[in-house]
Design a protein around this ligand. Sequence first.
Ligand SMILES: *Cc1c(COP(=O)(O)O)cnc(C)c1O
Length: 369
Amino acid sequence: MTERRVPFFDLAASLNPVKDQLDAAWAEVYGHGGWVGGPAVGAFEEAFANYCEINHCVGLANGTDALELALKALGVGRGDEVIIPANTFIATAEAVSNVGATPMFADVDPATLLMRPIDVEPMITPRTAALIPVHLYGQPCDMAGFAGLAEKAQLALIEDAAQAHGSRCDGLAPGALSDAATFSFYPGKNLGALGDGGALVTRHDDLAEKVRSISAHGRSIEDRYLHDIVGCNSRLDTLQAAFLSVRLTRLDEENNHRRRVRDLYEQLLPASVQLVKQEPGRVSSNHLIVAEVDEREDFRRELETQGVQTGLHYPVPCHLQKAYFEGANAPSKPVAESAARRIVSLPVWGQMPEEDVVFVCERIGALRR
Ligand SMILES: *Cc1c(COP(=O)(O)O)cnc(C)c1O
């Protein structure tokens, strides 16, 4: 028995390399007193747009609002259907519901657990208004396929990239082939704030302008006392923007480290523990490293007693959540439902010590030979 403990991720440790810069960012924002908006927000938006190789980034309060504002700005609302995967964080569905539209849950690819164009195409009806592929665990969906489908059926296309900062599909960053891509800066995400934060990126000038206006009370760009549309208050906090600019400078390095962690897991895990597949041509942010195992609850409990913390993303698919379950009529999504019982997320973060990965694999190997 050993004393070693491996947390699922270690947020405090991941801030250590930039602690002085975060303190300086805090001192600067505190000093200038512009605590909403101001240069820190604009500077982060520009830096993150550059990072995403795209012309517009609009900072927002969180990733859920980013999805909701994208839908609103694209005119999706009451009476519309929006197709999303059954296995995503509930926020994807909430955003659709909160604009008055209906989320339609698609089943997913058994190998990658991602929604595919072939899962979605038969679900398109005259009421379908938008598709939201989710780049789950950090691996991008087939965006060329979705862009083709959206164009053919005249649908809005929004990428939920909340877990996929720095990902690439055939060399393209989120937002390159869609109307918009949305990000979350929740602390546990690859690029995390020290509180809530989010953003939308887009190639389209008019969409960027509209989302920015909605996020600031529907304010007209020409005159701050005129409100052209009904908006809300969903701005990226100034202090969080200053922190995010600091953390962005290390994102690629941390993503590369996550890649090494995934490679190590792939080498060292026993054959009875298979990682969810990654497709060639896709660069994942490796936000989560997810395996499929038999007797998942025993597996987690035994690892916990060995000092290894694991996570679940997500144990109940959205269509089976009470908020969305429509009784006996809910069509089953066999792949998402079976995966939900088998998946387990292994520890990973931007500075995870490699000896911890080795330790986790040893403990798993001892459980399952
Ligand atoms: C985190 C997350 C969101 C929501 O982001 P918040 O910033 O927490 O609102 C949306 N979709 C997915 C897939 C997420 O992982």
